[in-house]
Design a protein around this ligand. Structure first.
Ligand SMILES: Cc1ncc(COP(=O)(O)O)c(C=O)c1O
Length: 406
């Protein structure tokens, strides 16, 4: 048999993170690598009660095929939770927000289409866009978010005009950074002037530690934005439920793409989630996740301060979410550090995977939510030991490079 693969498969790569997760499944490894929400935050008893109630009161519909757009009660809940006047008819329930990325890619990207992303950006976004064969252009970004002037320079013209900018303003994956109010205002008005649609991905926005982040970009111009959210980080990722909020012109196309992909997201899960959230449960539950994740972040910041002293390692202080971004001293790369770190019992994700264009090989992502505070202490000490050893080995490596050049 001769299997001829579609050309697009050349663009499909397995996620470096998923590959890494295999490595970190080895017993004894403390993993800061995966983006797994803390299982301590999963409301298991509430789900047990809701499952029982849904099956008892509504079992047959819950187990039947359903509308592609999603369960009306859940769409209404999503629309009501948004800080702008969203119509439930604009909400499409998706199989995780990851499916939202895939559907948007199918609806908005032709081969060669220019799309814009942050520097760095969510790897799963790059993976979802890649099979549609876009030209991915990275827009300059710093700790405060996207640089609107660089955005204008990269938007392109005519047939090469960017189809959208993919943007993660809150506690971004991978960096944990949050776009400031000033940058949001500048970005929203610049995008509107340029006629550039925004794809705003906000799975972490509710997981703030001290104060809520500024309003979403979509709230400033709902007609110019596609907005994506998820139940993964506020309830549980295994539900595979997220949503896209889209202007009418795009919504119908996303529904068609979803019909072809999976007909609809699981009816049972949608009913159970609608049951769990219906009486303000998230208002009580999400603060417990915030408190847990804030204490985990503080444990990691304290451990980094203690263990990395004198090593010229830099990191940020995320104001929410699950991730912290770290930069190694000159001469080291995160990819070369990883095997040494794993040998010492700790794993992370090298930052390189998250860049659409020139990567910064000194960066790496640490998740502070999956490991316990005690494991964080041990894991960061192991990471510091790996950095120290690599620094000690680095001059020798440079000498041998020089010897080869000579
Ligand atoms: C930025 C971002 N978008 C989307 C997703 C996908 O989330 P889900 O499909 O679980 O809703 C993730 C998951 O980690 C993410 O970090």
């Amino acid at each position: 048999m001769t299997w001829t693969l579609a050309a697009r498969t050349r663009r499909m790569t397995s996620s470096a993170i998923r590959d890494l997760l295999k490595l970190t499944e080895r017993p004894g490894i403390i993993s800061f690598a995966g983006g797994l929400p803390s299982p301590k935050a999963f409301p298991v008893p509430e789900f047990a009660a809701a499952c029982e109630k849904v099956l008892r009161e509504d079992g047959q519909s819950a187990l039947q095929y359903a509308a592609t757009e999603g369960l009306p009660a859940l769409r209404e809940f999503v629309a009501a939770s948004l800080p702008w006047d969203a119509d439930p008819a604009q909400v499409l329930i998706t199989t995780g927000s990851q499916q939202g990325l895939d559907l948007v890619a199918k609806v908005l990207i032709d081969p060669g289409s220019r799309i814009l992303v942050e520097t760095p950006t969510y790897l799963g976004g790059l993976q979802a866009f890649a099979p549609m064969e876009p030209t991915v252009v990275a827009v300059a970004s710093d700790d405060d978010g996207i640089d609107a002037d660089d955005l204008a320079a990269r938007t392109g013209d005519g047939a090469d005009r960017a189809r959208f900018l993919y943007v993660l303003p809150n506690f971004q994956n991978p960096t944990g950074r949050t776009m400031t109010e000033a940058r949001r205002a500048a970005l929203a008005s610049r995008a509107e002037r340029l006629g550039l649609p925004l794809l705003e991905d906000n799975p972490y926005g509710e997981l703030w530690f001290d104060a809520p982040p500024p309003a979403p970009l979509t709230a400033r111009n709902p007609e110019g934005c596609l907005y994506m959210g998820s139940f993964s980080k506020v309830l549980a990722p295994g539900l595979r439920l997220g949503y896209v909020v889209a202007p009418p012109a795009i919504h119908g196309r996303l529904v068609q793409a979803k019909q072809a992909a999976d007909l609809h997201s699981p009816s049972f899960n949608q009913r159970v989630v609608a049951e769990v959230v219906k009486d303000g449960f998230l208002d009580r539950h999400v603060p417990t996740i915030r408190a847990l994740y804030r204490s985990q972040r503080d444990a990691m910041l304290a451990a980094l301060g203690r263990e990395m002293a004198g090593l010229d390692v830099r990191w940020n202080t995320p104001a929410g979410g699950m991730f912290l971004w770290l930069r190694l001293p000159e001469g080291l790369t995160a990819t070369a550090l990883l095997p040494r770190a794993v040998e010492k019992g700790v794993a992370f994700v090298p930052g390189e995977a998250f860049y659409a264009e020139q990567p910064d090989p000194r960066t790496l992502r640490l998740s502070f939510v999956t490991a316990s505070a005690q494991q964080i202490d041990i894991g960061i000490a192991a990471l510091a030991a790996a950095v120290r050893e690599s620094l000690d080995a680095a001059p020798a490596a440079r000498l041998s490079d020089r010897a080869e050049i000579l």
